[in-house]
Write a protein that binds this ligand. Structure first.
Ligand SMILES: [Zn+2]
Length: 341
């Protein structure tokens, strides 16, 4: 075995990143292997601010915490020499052409999630949030929502297609679950899925916002309407992209987890992994403290609570449903719903 297999990355434009401890920009250097590749998680590196911050997490520290990785990485090295560059290529995520995504950002009249959003928070907000979060329309199942996963470099990883009930805003899970992937529908060859957070592309746009993480994509969107001061992103499932690789994008951020009812303990288990990378990480358990037993058994999430009482928009919509002439009247006079703060 050669010595000094890992060393600090040589300086080049963009090589210095945000320090996971002090959060200062362009002062953090990561460790690389002899070929200059990033082989460690983001937090393995050193901060320039020796006195003010002093953060230094070396490969040795990493292997002490993860002894199984030492073996795995030594083996990987050997395999790489034997099988040339194949393993490296397999670990790279595949992308989908941006134009494919852009074409889906339309036809909202057949998108039941969009219809639900218009009924609950109004057309203007529904339009804004679909644009912001990149929610598209698929013709699957007669019209469904596409939650695009765009990473913080702006590359499109994939999209998750899901069917919703336009009236209740709930997922349609009968007779089957009505979920599928864009890359599967496109029958892409040699496609390698590596999920990122839903809403991840917003992280660089709001570098100072606290990041709130929820499980469901729809919940992130609804919460961001009601609580716009923080940035809401979604894992897209209980485990979704909660892994060491995907959470690098949260380096240096203040992160708060908002688990669905019943998942608090499980998400608490993610904190040690997050704290290595994030400036701070905690679990918000406000739902656990306010929920009734029945709600707990249903596994409700923050969006269910936010929409528990009808919004003024929902009340108006119900009146229109009962008396369609009301909509004509509103259109005729250009009336607008004034929502009190
Ligand atoms: Zn630092």
């Amino acid at each position: 075995m050669r010595q000094y297999k890992y060393h600090l990355e040589k300086y080049h434009t963009g090589s210095k990143r945000t320090c996971p401890k002090c959060g200062r920009k362009a002062c953090f250097t990561r460790y690389v292997d002899n070929d200059g590749r990033h082989v460690f998680p983001y937090h393995v590196g050193r901060c320039d601010h020796e006195r003010l911050c002093g953060y230094h997490f070396s490969p040795r520290d990493y292997f002490q915490e993860n002894p199984q990785m030492f073996k795995a990485m030594t083996n990987e090295k050997q395999n790489m020499t034997l099988a040339s560059s194949t393993p490296q290529r397999e670990s790279q995520p595949s992308f989908i052409d941006k134009s494919v995504m852009e074409r889906t950002l339309s036809h909202y009249s057949i998108n039941p999630l969009y219809t639900f959003l218009v009924r609950t928070i109004g057309k203007e907000e529904a339009d804004r949030l679909c644009r912001l979060y990149r929610i598209g329309t698929s013709k699957k199942w007669g019209g469904s929502a596409v939650f695009w996963q765009v990473d913080c470099q702006g590359s499109v990883r994939t999209g998750k297609i899901m069917l919703y009930d336009a009236k209740t805003g709930k997922r349609v899970k009968e007779p089957q679950s009505h979920v599928c992937w864009v890359h599967t529908e496109m029958k892409l060859k040699d496609y390698h899925l590596r999920q990122c957070f839903f809403g991840e592309h917003l992280l660089p746009l709001y570098p100072d916002k606290q990041v709130f993480i929820v499980e469901s994509e729809k919940t992130a969107v609804i919460a961001s309407h009601f609580m716009p001061d923080v940035l809401w992103i979604a894992t897209g499932g209980k485990n979704g992209c909660f892994n060491e690789q995907a959470i690098h994008v949260l380096a240096g951020r203040e992160v708060v987890l908002m688990p669905d009812l019943g998942a608090t303990q499980e998400w608490q288990g993610k904190l040690p992994m997050l704290r290595k990378v994030c400036r701070s990480a905690s679990v918000n358990d406000v739902l656990e403290t306010i929920a009734a037993d029945e709600q707990r058994s249903l596994g409700l999430d923050i969006a269910d609570f936010l929409l528990m009482e009808d919004t003024p928009r929902m009340i108006l919509q119900k009146m229109i449903d009962r008396n369609p002439a009301l909509q004509t009247l509103i259109d005729e006079f250009g009336l607008e719903l004034v929502e009190e703060p």
